[in-house]
Design a protein around this ligand. Sequence first.
Ligand SMILES: C[S@@+](CC[C@H](N)C(=O)[O-])C[C@H]1O[C@@H](n2cnc3c(N)ncnc32)[C@H](O)[C@@H]1O
Ligand code: SF4
Length: 440
Amino acid sequence: MKTALIQKYNVPGPRYTSYPTVPYWNEPAFLYDNWLDSLKKSFRESNTEEGISLYIHLPFCESMCTFCGCNKRITKNHNVEHPYIEAVLKEWSLYCKLLNERPIIKEIHLGGGTPTFFSPKNLEDLINGIFSYANRAEHYEFSFEGHPNNTTHEHLQKLYDLDFRRVSFGVQDYSPVVQKAIHREQPFHNVAKVSLWAKEIGYTSISHDIIYGLPFQTADDVIDTIEKTKSLQPDRLAFYSYAHVPWIKGNGQRGFKDEDIPKDEEKRLLYQIGKELLLKNGYHEIGMDHFALKTDSLYDSFKSGNLHRNFMGYSSSKTKLMIGLGVSSISDSWYSFAQNEKNIEDYYQLLEWNKLPIFRGHSLTNEDLIIRKHILNLMCQFETSWDDDSSYFTEIPEILVQLREMEKDGLVTIQSNSIQVTDTGKPSVRNIYMAFDLLL
Ligand SMILES: C[S@@+](CC[C@H](N)C(=O)[O-])C[C@H]1O[C@@H](n2cnc3c(N)ncnc32)[C@H](O)[C@@H]1O
Ligand code: SF4
């Protein structure tokens, strides 16, 4: 991509983990009772056919990484584990009472924070507690996020015995200078050890998270990190753009200043170098920020047009209903979103009162549903067509005007009722979603 184009499309945009994105939720119009209706409707429509997904947020970390944008609580006190698991199971029991039928679970993802902060025994109690009210779907996928510094062989074995087959490890970058700046000292052998254990135990999909654009990170650091990654052959890779979020509460004393963060063209170059090396090393781009080896199931799903995306990331199975348990989790009934309290004490308090710990949400309008469909198509297939919604596109000519401009710049090709993202356009795919996003 030429420098002028890089600058033209270097417009910050949302990550689109949901559409509408959280800052554009119509919170005053969100009603708790309507959320419950949409939850029950979605459950009736999907429980026996496709099953439901569960996201469980486990917020504790022993040490603060000063780049981190996740919702977490830093503590070395492991007495917090038990009450938290009890609270999540209480929340789950409230949902199950409301749903009036045993949920059939197709997907579970344990995210954080750091799920491996919790002992294997407490994680076992959590999963067994979940299944005391629910059944497994015929085909299910259970996954978790492991921190390479504290994932033990026992964690991996226990979660494998509980049917987890996918694990992602946070790597970020191997440079000692970068690691010092982000307060995350994590030698290569820690990542190698947990990745090899996971392979030996039988995990079928091991993923690594790498970030470009971190403070002090150079092109050589990205190359070195990807070469080291290649030697471990993870099945999947997330190659994230560093999101600078200094306003996140409690991000502590950073080992870097704003000027130490690569910006604009420098950052784009890190992405370009990293992406080319990943492709050369046998990884295939399968959606925004994600790469997979040909042998990984996500690659097949991408090729066959069956890739899906929700708050938990990409997956090969589609579920209409995702219930988010734990502090700050977001639930998605397809018709509505609802988010839990972000503060652990407030979350506990509402559960003590036997209330679902929700503090805000959004009910999707018809227009939201249409736009969300197109954004998801672009995220999962790099193309979308609007045969069914053509009247919508003629009524809102601004969308096509912006897309035509992108076509001139070589980012997309437009047919009568569809667009495809070109290879040149893939790094700017977020700008292409933004053309559909009328709320922006
Ligand atoms: C919850 S963490 C992973 C599990 C575990 N806590 C760990 O750090 O290994 C999820 C991932 O989010 C990504 N992440 C967190 N903050 C980010 C930021 N500000 N910009 C980009 N990616 C970020 C990191 O790649 C991280 O591995
Ligand atoms: S990156 Fe992971 S370990 Fe570090 S603070 Fe964030 S959630 Fe915790």
